[in-house]
Design a protein around this ligand. Structure first.
Ligand SMILES: Cc1ncc(COP(=O)(O)O)c(C=O)c1O
Length: 406
């Protein structure tokens, strides 16, 4: 079903200003609809208390809404149980809970792709330095797609964890996760998916995927910033050592001993971001209302138009697979001889187009490909329109022309 973008845009306050921006930076952070803002305000206005500790009626209401948010998010991702849904600050924290807790040791191998966000790269580099863990990178094929054959060559019984970006923020490409998980499990390896860019854009069915750990962030899917999720299979979560310890994650303590809480509490030390969790749940409801399949279809149709529109711009190279349908809502590109920062600055100044430039926290990939300035990245979401794509294509042509002539 085609999205009714006019109706959707009415829900986003910033798009209803007299001069709305062309917001093409949703891979970094999406805009938030009024429905999410209202739920967050409702918490601060009507029941601004703490869950789980006090037993007065305000606290009980927080507990009810916090638990309700977890249940709703469990359903959204079809996780087997709500205790397997851990609230975190973001994807980065979720990945760190796993990397710090899994007890990987010298000689254990961790496999990643060659296009990891620093959030799913730094933990493994650090573990290599500290513990002697062997981090290996599965290089992509020449056409920038996942090399399943290479992966099969690299997987052995020493691989303890395959930790990969599900959908890349570099170019929007989604790896064949189901096949990867099946192969990894055949070798006894666990799999974690960095779902920061897949959760907002494609149907993620955790039961069906049979993935061991999955991480994502609320702020990339219409939710507030500062809230995210780690999903883990129950038996695996119970094997992790929590690294953030303190209040609310223990049942009892003496001066020298403690008894850890069960799931999910043992990974949620200290008072939590209740408004964030409630807002995250409201964001899931909003996406459910739009229909995640409609979200994917809409982004792909806009990306097809963008890709068509820019392909003849001299010196422009698209990063990732040439076919727009393999790149979700992301168009990442470099233009020979022109800094991506200059392009993005001028697009903002001339046409209020908001894009991102640089390495997008995937420095390793740009270094390996000798592109020290990174790329310019346009990333679209449910509130973007064909008209905005036209504005972007026209403005980009003019900007490139301007730099060529100056
Ligand atoms: C693929 C990917 N992984 C991880 C992250 C990190 O997300 P956060 O900053 O919310 O932890 C991002 C953010 O851009 C991302 O795009």
């Amino acid at each position: 079903m085609a999205l009714n973008t006019d109706k959707i845009r009415e829900n986003f306050p910033i798009l209803n200003s007299s001069k709305p921006p062309v917001y093409f930076d949703s891979a970094c952070m999406t805009l938030r609809p009024q429905q999410v803002i209202d739920k967050i305000s409702e918490y601060y206005i009507k029941y601004p208390g703490c869950a789980g500790r006090s037993i007065h009626s305000i606290a009980r209401k927080v507990t009810e809404n916090y638990n309700g948010a977890r249940l709703n998010i469990q359903k959204f991702f079809n996780a087997p149980t709500s205790e397997e849904v851990i609230f975190t600050r973001n994807t980065t924290e979720a990945i760190n809970i796993v990397s710090c807790g899994l007890g990987l040791k010298k000689g254990d191998v961790v496999l990643t792709t060659d296009r990891e966000h620093n959030s799913n790269l730094m933990p493994w580099i650090m573990l290599s330095e500290r513990e002697g863990v062997n981090h290996k990178v599965v290089e992509s094929k020449r056409d920038n797609t996942f090399d399943l054959e290479r992966f099969e060559d690299m997987i052995t019984r020493d691989v303890k964890l395959v930790s990969m970006v599900h959908t890349s923020n570099l170019d929007g490409y989604t790896i064949p996760a189901e096949k990867i998980i099946k192969i990894a499990h055949d070798y006894g390896a666990l799999v974690m998916l960095d779902g920061a860019q897949s959760a907002p854009h494609t149907k993620v069915d955790l039961k069906k995927l049979d993935v061991d750990f999955f991480a994502c962030s609320g702020h990339k899917m219409l939710g507030p910033s500062g809230i995210g999720m780690l999903y883990g299979k129950k038996d695996l979560l119970l094997r992790l050592n929590p690294y953030n310890v303190g209040g609310d994650m223990v049942i009892d303590t003496t001066y020298s001993d403690y008894k850890l809480s069960g799931l999910p509490e043992r990974f949620e030390a200290g008072l939590q971001d209740y408004a964030g969790a409630i807002g995250f749940s409201a964001a899931c409801d909003y996406i459910k209302g739009v229909g995640i399949e409609n979200v994917s279809r809409h982004e792909q149709s806009l990306n097809k138009l963008m890709t068509e529109g820019v392909k003849d711009i001299p010196g422009l190279e698209i990063i990732g697979p040439a076919d727009a349908s393999s790149r979700g809502g992301i168009l990442s590109f470099s233009v020979e001889g022109i800094s991506p920062h200059d392009i993005v600055m001028l697009l903002d100044q001339s046409s209020s187009i908001m894009m991102r430039s640089g390495a997008h926290c995937v420095h390793s990939w740009f270094n390996a490909h000798n592109l020290p300035n990174g790329s310019a990245r346009a990333s679209v979401y449910i509130y973007n329109t064909k008209d905005e794509v036209k504005v972007f294509v026209d403005a980009l042509g003019k900007v490139v022309d301007f730099f060529r002539k100056s």
